[in-house]
Design a protein around this ligand. Sequence first.
Ligand code: FES
Ligand SMILES: [Fe+2]
Length: 449
Amino acid sequence: MAKLFTEEENTLLTRTGPGTPMGTLMRRYWFPAFLSERLPSTDADPFEINLLGERLVAFRGRSGQVGLMDARCPHRRASLVLARTEDDCALRCIYHGWKINADGRVLETPPEPPNSRFAQSVRHTAYPTREAGGIVWTYMGPPELRPEFPMWPFNALSGDQVWANHFYQPSNWLQGLEGDLDAAHGGYLHYSRDEWERQRNSNSRLGKFLFDPRPQTAAEPASWGLQTAFRYHLEDESEAVFWIHPLVSPFFTMFSHAEDGVDGGLFHAWVPSDDTSHYVYSVVWRAGGPLTASDRARIDTTQGYTAVDKGNGYVSANWDGYRYRQDRASMTEGRSFSGFEGVHLQDLAIQHSMGPIVDRTGENLCTEDYLVIQARRFFLETLKKLERGEELPGLAPDMDYSAIEHRWVFAPADTSLAEVLASKDWDSSAEENTRDVSTVKDAWSALGH
Ligand code: FES
Ligand SMILES: [Fe+2]
């Protein structure tokens, strides 16, 4: 059987360094560079971060502005991570004292003769930054093509309405993103008995969420990417919940997120660090008011961020060099399908297990993988648009990131996915669970345990 994706296509989609097609595409968008908390104050130490295969230094100037530039001094390439921070958002290299500001201008070259104009002839690679919702964003593309800063729904809110986190994942960005388009894995990889009990006893209509072993999916092209829908049956199998779940170019997705009691949503981004690692971002927001300390603690747990090692580059604290401390007893005792606790650890462990860059020529894709296939086709088509110089998804001047639809919809199970994608007039309320939940089928029984 012919393979759906060739080695050349796999290489095209997974390489994001300077000059690569996918890297060039990604550099046309604003995206998260790191969490603001990594530079908590103006005297925070500069730190090194790789983004899209570029070795960068991040620092905060006395004004509070964040600088992001090539980590190697333009003089003789000493590390600017060791540099002194100066009062006007600039770094001074400790080797020979060159001073470089956040715009990439070399302000001083002290060992040069007093009248030297040499400094003005040197440009250092530096990228603009914007801070919003606890995230420092950057744009690494050509200055003349820089789009407006994207007003994702949470970027317009105050910091107390936004929960933002990231962790480092040692695998290629695409296998991370593809996890969000994989509708069927939720009932397997993410199954935990405690979580199942919590949901079935909850007051939410989603408490009726049945372990659906064969969810259906559909996708429609949108001006900003691919609008997708997943269908999962509810307890009464004549009803279903449909997730309207956008994939936004080049590596963003959004979900509705009533589950954590928030009226906003959940945003994900898979930002390549280099070709064999990336940062996975999650943002949860409440449009109607602040998230309390207890909301944040709950989201930390449900999103699986309690075991991120912040002091060690945001790697998983469960990484033991082998298998993320998989709890085999929890598998045999029926507490967990995967032996991993928390959605993110489950995704991280399984995606890392696929290798640093999946060899997609070895796959056997099936019906279940419809959206994964559509997403790869979308990226390949977008690369063709880039090559032809056409407008890229999400970069039209009137693009409104706050209007991208992302929600849960309750509807009769025989509603077609096309109808759900075509109409905005669906019931999205997750409140009120009036029916007896004692008859909810148990996912674990469905698996034959
Ligand atoms: S290497 Fe940085 S000033 Fe010389
Ligand atoms: Fe997942």
